[in-house]
Design a protein around this ligand. Sequence first.
Ligand SMILES: [Fe+2]
Ligand SMILES: [Fe+2]
Length: 258
Amino acid sequence: MIKILFFGDVYAAPGRTLIAEKAKALKEEFSVDLLIANGENLAGGKGLTEKTAGELFRADIDVLTGGNHLWAKAPGLDYIKRDRRVLKPLNYPAEAYGNTVFQCSIRDVDIAVLCMTGQGLMPNADSPLHCLERELLKIKAKIILIDFHAEYTGEKRAMGFYFDGKVSAFIGTHTHVQTADEEILPKGTAYITDVGMTGAHDSVIGVKKEIILHTMKTGMPLMYKPAKTGLQVNAVLISFDQHTGRAVSIERIKRSYS
Ligand SMILES: [Fe+2]
Ligand SMILES: [Fe+2]
């Protein structure tokens, strides 16, 4: 059995601190082989830098998946170009900085991790369906995990069914709100519409709620600041049969620390 723990969008300093303090203990508790986190919100809530990514790698995170906010911090751009553990969405332009496929081998089982963005209420990108279909012809791995970073629940669900049996896990991110629909799809793919957010949940998807409410009431924007309270780790633990590459179980994790 191969076990992967995937953390939903790690938001700003509160999210990074949660990973720094809890990831190694969770790795041990669940005997995890590979740790993945969505890292598009690491630095101040948008983008990532070498320093903020380094904090997660030091906490035993093996791969960081991206999303629409990946390139939001100018000082992080050269770093994203260099570090192959940081993934950009597969369906973004080739010119966008970042690696698209992370591959490793655990106990002689080849594993591939990719991410891609949806098309509803998201920046323009190529069709994730066609991009992944083409990419799967090239990838030689027993276990393939996809982080599908998208807004619409329907798009995520439909894509999950499309890739059922073609990938080992099809995991949703981006909304920062965990959904209670984790399951193994009929052909053996682990699925959840959204893993949620690792960070401060006494907030509007990570941002101090007073800031968002002020903007709603007045129409005048304020600079976003990360909230600090209501700390939660949101993640999924997925077990895979190493001979077939199929998912055996998916467990939703939602732990509060304040
Ligand atoms: Fe996010
Ligand atoms: Fe996002």
